[in-house]
Design a protein around this ligand. Sequence first.
Ligand code: DGL
Length: 270
Amino acid sequence: MKSLNKQPIGVFDSGIGGLTVVKALKKVLPYEDIVYFGDTARLPYGSKSSPTIIRFALQDAKFLVNRQVKMIIVACHSVSSVALPDLKKHFRLPIIGVIEPGAKAAVQASKNNCIGIIGTQATILAGAYERAIKNLNRQVEIVARSTPLFVPLAEQGWTTGPIALQIAKTYLTPMIGEKIDTLLLGCTHYPLLKNTIAKVFKQKVRIVDAALETALETKIILQAKKLLNPQKLAGTMKFYLSDLTPNFSSIGRQFLGADLTEVFRASISE
Ligand code: DGL
């Protein structure tokens, strides 16, 4: 078996949106090998109940643990919001989610301490972003809203144009009256709609997402645990999906900014 530091980093998401985190990891940690699991057969998670999300998350993490990963990154905001404590209880390797890194990015970006958060129903109901932001700065005012239709829009590739704009306006116009200067994209899919969202706010808010901050946090953890891969070759990437859906490669390319090369179908046991 490979020594621990040479083992890959595991990343999982309910689908392929978590590839934005993989993209950031490639920038920050180019020598790390990555194994990605996307539960495309059971997406979306964001509209499911907490017990179901927790059950799926434990299965997803187990899949990665069986592939000898040295650390797990939960790239899904819904899972990170709902299931992180259960994951940490069940597995002994380092596990991080996107909530704390996302909260940090938003608090750093806001000048007036008023932050908007959008995410799936599961993410907004769980309130994990609010708690993480308040932990960093008690003074921050938060306006949170679930915007679930952004996920199918991104999956469909309808990220610009009149329909996306109309939906974005319907969700976000009530937030314009608030004094938010920063909007946190609390969902893997929303970065694809960034331009449409910015249009609704007439470019007047800073839009932040958790991907880069999560990659930076990963580096800090691997450094501290002496788990950085010593190789000086570009890391490999393997992608496991529970369903090879008709659109996975075209959407995957948008999230990753590159073609998904080594893709395998994975079955997750119930
Ligand atoms: N990955 C999910 C998230 O970030 C969005 C898609 C879903 O609902 O499963 O919350």
